[in-house]
Write a new protein. Structure first.
Length: 283
């Protein structure tokens, strides 16, 4: 629908109804999850048994709350650790990738760029299986050749971090590259003419310009890592991130506790997104 082209009133009403139904379709499942997080029942379904906050603050079973469930809190800590590592690595490598593809011309640049984008089109579970098979093959080869057992190559947090990093860094690269393409390079040239070296010019002029995109990339990378399931499922060890812990709980039977966790995740994600939007508007 093009706003500058006059449209019949009936078409406008139909289009408005379509947009409204689309957003209702998106919001309704989230609303249902949020509502049943307060249901005073052992099951997140009808009938409604009354309002309760025990699924958040309850201290006794069977209605022990999120903030007193050690398994869930431990999984949240694990996810936060993994997501922080992935975000830092992704933005660091993504920034160098942005400079590489934006500032330099070299043979094979196009092929290298396509290779960087490749993890985005590979299903997460296939990516996880590939990394697991490769690392296990290397670990088994080292053991057979020299009886060296490298635990870092076995399923665990290190493989989870590397697996998520392998595709999230691509997204961070695209976000930062889009910002870098708008940079006026004459500002760096002016700094060089005034006596600054290349590193100082980049550090004092270019990086502050990229700061909004870098912070946005950190938040995107953190959230994508925190909610990742497919790749993580193939690489996880004994320390399960939140998505895997919730999946294990769901196999035993769903309870409003999982709804409460989901509601907190929605609120946390929305808060981070709002902070990024406000920061980018100020810059």
């Amino acid at each position: 629908m093009i706003p500058t082209i006059p449209q019949p009133r009936a078409f406008g009403l139909i289009y408005g109804a379509y947009v409204a139904l689309f957003f209702v379709f998106l919001a309704l499942p989230l609303t249902v999850v949020a509502v049943f997080a307060f249901n005073d029942s052992q099951f997140p379904s009808l009938p409604w048994e009354g309002f309760t906050s025990n699924w958040f603050f309850g201290e006794e079973r069977p209605q022990i709350g999120v903030f007193h469930e050690r398994g869930i809190l431990r999984a949240v800590g694990t996810s936060a650790f993994v997501a922080t590592c992935v975000a830092v690595l992704s933005v660091g490598v993504g920034t160098t990738n942005a400079f590489l593809f934006n500032r330099y011309e070299f043979r094979g640049k196009g092929f290298l760029y396509v290779l960087m984008l490749l993890p985005l089109v590979i299903p997460g579970i296939v990516l996880g299986i590939s990394i697991l098979v490769f690392s296990s093959t290397v670990a088994n080869g080292l053991w057979e050749a020299a009886e060296i057992d490298v635990q870092a190559l076995r399923p665990g947090l290190l493989l989870v971090i590397l697996g998520q990093f392998s595709f999230i860094t691509t997204i961070a690269t695209l976000v930062i590259t889009a910002r870098l393409q708008k940079f006026d390079r004459t500002l760096e040239e002016a700094a060089l003419n005034l006596g600054a070296n290349r590193l100082t010019a980049v550090r004092t002029i270019t990086l502050p310009f990229l700061a909004p995109a870098m912070i946005g990339a950190v938040v995107v990378a953190f959230l994508m890592s925190f909610e990742n399931f497919n790749t993580t499922l193939m690489l996880v060890g004994s320390d399960a991130p939140l998505t895997i812990a919730m999946f294990d709980r769901l196999k035993e039977g769903s309870t409003p506790l999982l709804n409460a966790v989901s509601l907190l995740l929605m609120l946390g994600s929305s808060l981070l997104a709002l902070i990024v939007i406000l920061f980018q508007r100020r810059n």
